[in-house]
Design a protein around this ligand. Structure first.
Ligand SMILES: *Cc1c(COP(=O)(O)O)cnc(C)c1O
Length: 388
């Protein structure tokens, strides 16, 4: 059979519940085809109910949410912001939009997220020099919370605000609560590849009423209250469309099912591949429950018999999309001039790490195809070794 005729398995495609069309039709019927409207308000209030946040501001993207959160945390030109190095570039870009300089912090091995002891060392060093960073951006990677208590505590000692990038972690739990609701502000993303999607969108959450109302104002071109258009500061056009909020409400309603499906994917992969020499799955840290947004593993080429790229290309040959783990930000050409505390853990995770197809709509047959391809590489590699 021609490979191109086998249906492609994507990494993390959108998964509609079926209720989205009715919500969108309602937005059309009411003619709220605008960046304000009843679905935006309802989406925000339902998001608060679900996450326990006091305020939620619906925005055009997670990146926009982080930009506003950092600006309102007081970050401006010439400041330093500490950020996880193992992440997507969108965690860093808003720092640079504001003219500030990111300093990267390596991961620990328990959750692959920001190492609290490296963060503590860096903060102590800066305090000695008399120049504290303006904020810390902690990322919750691949559906798993960072070690929040330790991070919040050490930042509290120096009075440095924490902004949580929870774009990948909606549906995760830290202790009893949704990560993203522990710092000064948290941000979420509804991009097409996330656990729920509005095709594009984001949310800023905060318990700080002043911050929420400032975010609302800045996101709407910073209009001052006046009948005419009056402006006393620079704003942005960052609001979420009422049509997209309608999609988001239907998606939010099935979030628990989506988490369950992604955790089932993980369990399937762990059962099928967990015993293979050289394969190690991203651990689930004891402080919470991962949504397993993406099932991610590392491949030790010495014991597995082939490296991560060989496996990725073998999957691609079977029309299966997989991705290397995020390339650390301190290794990105665009950020090479900035400092990094540590870096070896993130670099090793990047070298050996692979994200497997993890969509909540994967069938058992899809999962079997993925495992079959991975096992095939191992078998071929160890067979060759046995002969030589
Ligand atoms: C997706 C993502 C973002 C950006 O969200 P957008 O809605 O795409 O702007 C930020 N940080 C992380 C870690 C992400 O994965």
């Amino acid at each position: 059979m021609n490979r191109s005729s086998i249906p492609r398995i994507y990494l993390s495609p959108p998964h509609m519940s079926g209720l989205e069309r009715a919500h969108v039709a309602d937005a059309f019927d009411s003619n709220w085809i605008a960046p304000v409207g009843p679905h935006v308000e309802a989406f925000e209030s339902e998001f608060c109910d679900l996450t326990g946040a006091r305020n939620a501001v619906a925005l055009s993207s997670g990146t926009a949410a982080l930009h506003l959160a950092l600006q309102l945390a007081g970050v401006s030109a010439g400041d330093e912001v500490l950020v996880s190095t193992l992440t997507f570039s969108a965690s860093i870009n808003p720092v640079v939009y504001l003219g500030a300089a990111p300093t990267f912090i390596d991961s620990e091995r328990q959750s692959w997220n920001m190492d609290p002891s490296l963060l503590a060392d860096t903060l102590a060093e800066r305090a000695d020099q008399g120049h504290l960073p303006k904020a810390v951006v902690v990322v919750h990677l691949y559906g798993q919370s960072a070690d929040l208590d330790a991070i919040i505590e050490v930042c509290g000692q120096y009075d440095v605000p924490v902004v949580e990038d929870a774009a990948e972690a909606l549906g995760a739990i830290y202790g009893q609560r949704q990560p993203g609701t522990f710092g000064l502000a948290g941000i979420f993303s509804f991009n097409g590849n996330k656990i729920i999607t509005t095709s594009g969108g984001g949310m800023l959450v905060t318990d700080d009423d002043w911050l929420a109302s400032r975010a609302r104002k800045l996101a709407a071109q910073a209009r001052d209250p006046a009948p005419h258009y009056e402006h006393s500061e620079i704003g942005y056009n960052y609001r979420l469309s009422n049509v997209l909020a309608a999609i988001g409400r239907a998606q939010l309603g099935v979030l628990a099912d989506r988490v369950a499906a992604r955790r089932r994917n993980f369990a399937y992969y762990a059962a099928a591949l967990g015993g293979v020499p050289g394969i190690t799955f991203m651990p689930e840290a004891p402080w919470g429950r991962s949504s397993r947004w993406l099932t991610t593993l590392t491949i030790d080429p010495r014991t597995f018999g082939a490296d991560r790229e060989v496996v990725r290309l073998a999957l691609e040959a079977e029309n299966i999309e997989s991705r290397p783990v995020w390339k650390p930000m301190h290794r990105q050409p665009v950020f090479s001039r900035y400092r990094c505390a540590g870096g070896d853990v993130a670099e090793q995770l990047f070298r050996n790490g692979l994200c497997l197809p993890s969509g909540s709509s994967l069938s058992e047959n899809d999962l079997e195809r993925v495992c079959h391809a991975v096992l095939g590489v191992h078998r071929a590699a160890t067979h060759n070794t046995a002969r030589t």
